[in-house]
Design a protein around this ligand. Structure first.
Ligand SMILES: [Zn+2]
Length: 191
């Protein structure tokens, strides 16, 4: 099995089992990848603090035939140090949206550039959604129906649910973690 080096932005971390975690990263050379890190959630784990959403890291991993690869080592990517990306909690919903709309292992230089640019500029959520729409060439498809009630039309992406909901089912979620789907199909992007 091949060992791979890459750099990427951590989109999400999910605990699996007592000490292990699964990471979703958007990388420069391999697009979105998923990595399993064993023992990462143990208190003394060296990489626990490094492997967090919003961080840009260099990773070494073993490519497996499946979709989840095995992390070997990671380090903070110092070239992103000045951006203090870890403090940008406001961008978490956008990272989760990127995680939701992208497919595994599709290298995408524009998306990689987008992820860097949102940390170095002040974009509002609508501008970011439009940029994503453009990068994907309008090929973002959200389920039409609310994924909770299955009745009404889906209207918003709710980051913590990683899903699209209608306005009724989305009530009660913090507006800062909700992205209206209408932002993705803004009139000036429709030909
Ligand atoms: Zn609903």
């Amino acid at each position: 099995m091949e060992e791979v080096l890459d750099k990427g932005c951590i989109l999400e971390r999910t605990a699996t089992g007592e000490h292990d975690a699964l990471f979703s990263l958007f990388t420069k050379q391999h697009g979105k990848i998923r990595l399993r890190a064993q023992g990462i959630l143990k208190q003394e784990a060296r990489l626990g603090g490094i492997l967090q959403p919003l961080r840009f890291v260099q990773v070494r991993y073993i490519q497996t035939p499946g979709t989840i690869h095995k992390l070997v080592d990671a380090a903070l990517d110092v070239s992103f140090h000045e951006l203090h990306t870890y403090n940008r909690k406001d961008l978490l919903p956008m990272l989760q949206c990127v995680d939701y709309i992208t497919f595994d292992a599709h290298q995408d230089g524009q998306m990689w550039f987008f992820l860097q640019s949102i940390f170095s500029h002040t974009f509002n959520i609508e501008e970011m959604a439009r940029a994503l729409w453009k990068i994907e060439g309008g090929n973002i498809s959200f389920p039409h129906r609310c994924q909770v009630c299955q009745k009404r039309q889906s209207e918003v992406f709710v980051a913590s649910q990683k899903n699209v909901l209608c306005h009724v089912c989305a009530k009660g979620y913090d507006t800062r973690e909700v992205i209206p789907l209408s932002f993705f199909n803004s009139p000036d992007e429709v030909r």
